[in-house]
Design a protein around this ligand. Structure first.
Ligand code: GLN
Length: 475
């Protein structure tokens, strides 16, 4: 079964050339075949088939069907689905079952999507390689010895390997875009507040956004459109009207497009293949009538430092709720309440999560708050002003998604700072809250995927995906 896009699948489903049940069986067989890759943490074998059959009946009965009818999807395991396990790839939530559905999940379900299962990730979405998971490593789909990126590594590998057509991830500093770049697919992080965070387990609440991983920009736009919009359960979700992304995309033309190219995004240390491919694509667009505008985004080198101060501060507070009393895992080796808290957290959290809780507690402590946390907040504001100013002059800001192609499993686990640098090009959009996408450009000299990263102004997702579509290499 060769399924290139949801549009293609939908027309085959609606013309009854194929049934939802056949589609789900096809995907479940592939999922089983890839079992050793740890891509899924939970697979909904029975529920997905049952749902497929009920959708088939709906179609046969002549009832109207939803905008995502029969779309086989995977959901990152930090997004709540009622009655299902919600692990965040952590031992501390290993056996926890969610008691409610995330708003995004409800909206997808209302439009007749089918959920195949929950995908692997870095524990609590902290990481860039999926190696911080309590459920094993996920190999890169194009080279088994390399990482798929993270933290949404399972969601990216699921789409790239054809184990789901579209998946949801979460993006706090690049966790949808970077794995998309490493797996040759499209990864979209919408504007902060565009999609409700209700039911997304919080890592850093002022950064977190649910994002979409797909094989092409049209599928990403459609799924975004369904999930986007105000939600009474999330006070930070936006009232901004949801656009018709497909028609916005269709109105984009390369002729006259102003593409901002910051020199800070092309440092000397950039991997030469990545530089070559990203610049090559930009020159191609220039030849088609786009204008490449040199822009300057000074102080970009402070993005990583500011990001890791702010997100660890928020994480240390958000993760306080996992205390062994209310959710999931509880240590068996405790004599009293306080040792129960300490032991449950010590045994339940992995190394990176603990590191971040300590860092976050430190930067928020009375003696260091002004030096670190407050300073980082000020840097955040400066970045917001700079990116706003830049986007007054250009339509879009372009650069590489990652400074290097997918790296080897184990290569960066001993050096957290080096791992943090993997996010150098993706964190700025998260700091400012603007929408950003990674779009696949093709393969480098070692046959590894390379992604282009694009940022547009607030709520310009349609324009962003329209531009991205012009750059995507054909699959
Ligand atoms: N890799 C980044 C981090 O570890 C981004 C994570 C994310 O976006 N969830 O914080």
């Amino acid at each position: 079964m060769q399924l290139s896009s949801y549009e293609d699948l939908r027309s085959r489903l609606l013309s009854k050339k194929i049934t939802c049940e056949e589609v789900v069986r096809f995907y479940l067989e592939r999922i089983d075949r890839y079992q050793d890759d740890n891509i899924y943490i939970t697979v909904f074998h029975d529920q997905a088939l049952e749902r497929a059959r009920s959708l088939d009946r709906k179609l046969s009965a002549g009832e109207s069907v939803g905008r995502l009818f029969g779309l086989p999807m995977a959901i990152k395991d930090n997004i709540a689905m009622k009655g299902g396990r919600l692990t965040c790839a952590s031992k501390i939530l290993g056996n926890y079952e969610s008691v409610y559905d995330a708003t995004a999940v409800i909206r997808l379900e209302e439009e007749d999507a089918i959920f195949l299962g929950k995908t692997n990730m870095d524990e609590f979405a902290m990481g860039s390689s999926n190696e911080n998971s309590a459920f094993g490593n996920v190999p890169n789909p194009f080279d088994k010895n390399r990482v798929p990126g993270g933290s949404s590594g399972g969601s990216a590998a699921a789409v790239a390997n054809g184990l789901a057509m579209v998946s949801l991830g979460s993006d706090t500093g690049g966790s949808v875009r970077q794995p998309a770049g490493f797996c040759d697919i499209v990864g979209l992080k919408p504007t902060y507040g565009r999609i409700s965070r209700y039911g997304l387990v919080a890592f850093a609440s002022s950064f977190d956004q649910i994002g979409v991983l797909a094989r092409n920009c049209d599928d990403a736009a459609l799924v975004l459109e369904v999930m986007a919009g105000k939600d009474g359960h999330d006070a930070t979700s936006s009232y901004h009207a949801v656009a018709d992304y497909s028609s916005e995309m269709a109105s984009i033309s390369v002729e006259g497009l102003k593409i901002g190219v910051p020199k800070e995004y092309f440092p000397d240390s950039l991997n030469p293949d990545v530089a070559l491919m990203v610049k090559g694509k930009l020159h191609e667009l220039r030849d088609q009538g786009a204008e490449l505008v040199d822009i300057h985004l000074p102080d970009s080198e402070y993005a990583i430092a500011a990001y890791y101060i702010l997100v660890t501060a928020e994480a240390s507070s958000n993760l306080a709720r996992f205390d062994g009393a209310r959710y999931g895992f509880r240590s068996e080796h405790s004599e009293d309440l306080s040792s129960m808290y300490v032991n449950s957290r010590s045994e339940g959290f992995g190394k990176e999560v603990k590191r971040r809780i300590m860092l976050g507690t430190y930067v928020l402590s009375a003696g260091y708050y002004d030096t670190y946390y407050k300073k980082a907040q000020q840097v955040r504001r400066v970045f917001q002003d700079r990116y706003r100013e830049a986007l007054e002059k250009v339509d879009v800001i372009a650069g590489p998604t990652s400074p290097f192609p997918p790296f080897g499993i184990g290569d960066k686990t001993e050096n957290p700072l080096e791992m943090y640098l993997a996010d150098v090009f993706t964190v700025p959009a998260s700091i400012v809250g603007m929408p950003a996408v990674s779009v696949p450009l093709g393969f480098d000299s070692l046959n590894l995927p390379v992604g282009m990263h694009l940022i547009c102004n607030f709520f310009e997702e349609g324009k962003l995906l329209g531009i991205a579509k012009k750059m995507q290499h054909s699959l």
